[in-house]
Write a new protein. Structure first.
Length: 278
């Protein structure tokens, strides 16, 4: 079965963030991911991980900002990444440097490099050139620390104007960067909205070794498996089969909003996962 990681940004919304680690462990998770750790001391997060027997498998670099205060508040202020934005290379490097500090403290092997929204007047070619240059630098820095960098295509319904939307675009960027430690974060929710044909996309890209992490939510409402239009038995079985054939041993992040956000709703909503634990 896939190795599922709880996304603590979205799951357990009835609890304070730091209490979600224990809740995830009690529900049987062995790993967690979330958007951003920066509002909390790294030592506190590391203690929550260790105390609950959890592995940190992914988080995002800051979405923008030069100072730490700007980085912490950036997402709430509408920042959605700087990797593709000319003239903001120093901001990208400062954010990644802080992400590396947290990755070391949390023993996290991968960081999501958030691409960004392409502003009006910036061509797709210019954005690609900036993204590739930033990633070439970042890949070398990450390699010195034994880290992988993730690149995630995101649908423009959730983030209007996001530059990287398709799997083929992401893989073309990887080819241009030419670094083994830069991989695609394949979110099946975003992929279904933008492209569909998930079975073909998984079969095409997972065997390449360039998919570093999966995420998922059902479509269209971004809730648990079984709440929408996708055939999860088929998709998880496909990931399992290709993983067995290729030796892929990555994590599959549960990046969904529980349909029931009341107290205990996330745990009750995990009934979908029981069959995959057999």
């Amino acid at each position: 079965m896939p190795r599922f990681a709880a996304n603590l940004t979205m799951m357990y919304p009835d609890m304070p963030f730091l209490d979600r680690f224990e809740a995830a462990a009690k529900d049987g998770f062995k790993a967690v991911e979330y958007l951003f750790p920066y509002a909390y001391p790294a030592a506190e997060l590391a203690a929550r991980l260790k105390g609950n027997g959890l592995q940190q498998v992914l988080f995002n670099m800051p979405p923008g900002g030069m100072t730490k205060d700007e980085m912490v508040t950036g997402w709430d202020r509408g920042l959605r990444g700087t990797a593709c934005l000319p003239g903001r290379e120093a901001e990208f490097r400062a954010g990644l440097a802080w992400a590396f500090e947290y990755a070391e403290a949390l023993d996290c092997p991968r960081v999501h490099t958030v691409v960004g929204v392409r502003p009006e007047g910036l061509s797709a070619q210019q954005a690609d050139q900036t993204l590739i240059a930033n990633l070439k630098w970042a890949a070398q820095e990450a390699a010195q620390r034994g880290l992988d960098l993730m690149l995630e295509p995101i649908n423009t319904r959730n983030i209007p104007g996001f530059h990287l939307q398709r799997q083929d675009h992401a893989h073309a960027i990887l080819e241009a960067v030419g670094a083994d430690n830069v991989k695609v974060q394949m979110d099946l929710f975003h992929c279904q909205i933008v492209e569909g044909d998930l079975s073909t996309k998984i079969s095409q890209y997972l065997p390449t070794g360039r998919v570093g992490h999966f995420q998922f939510a059902d479509v269209p409402a971004r809730h648990e498996p079984g709440s929408g239009e996708l055939n999860w038995d088929h998709l998880f079985a496909l990931i399992d089969r290709i993983s067995a054939e290729t030796g892929w041993d990555g994590w599959v992040g549960c990046e969904y909003i529980p349909a029931d956000t009341s107290a205990g709703g996330t745990s009750r909503g995990l009934a979908w996962m029981q069959k995959y634990r057999a």
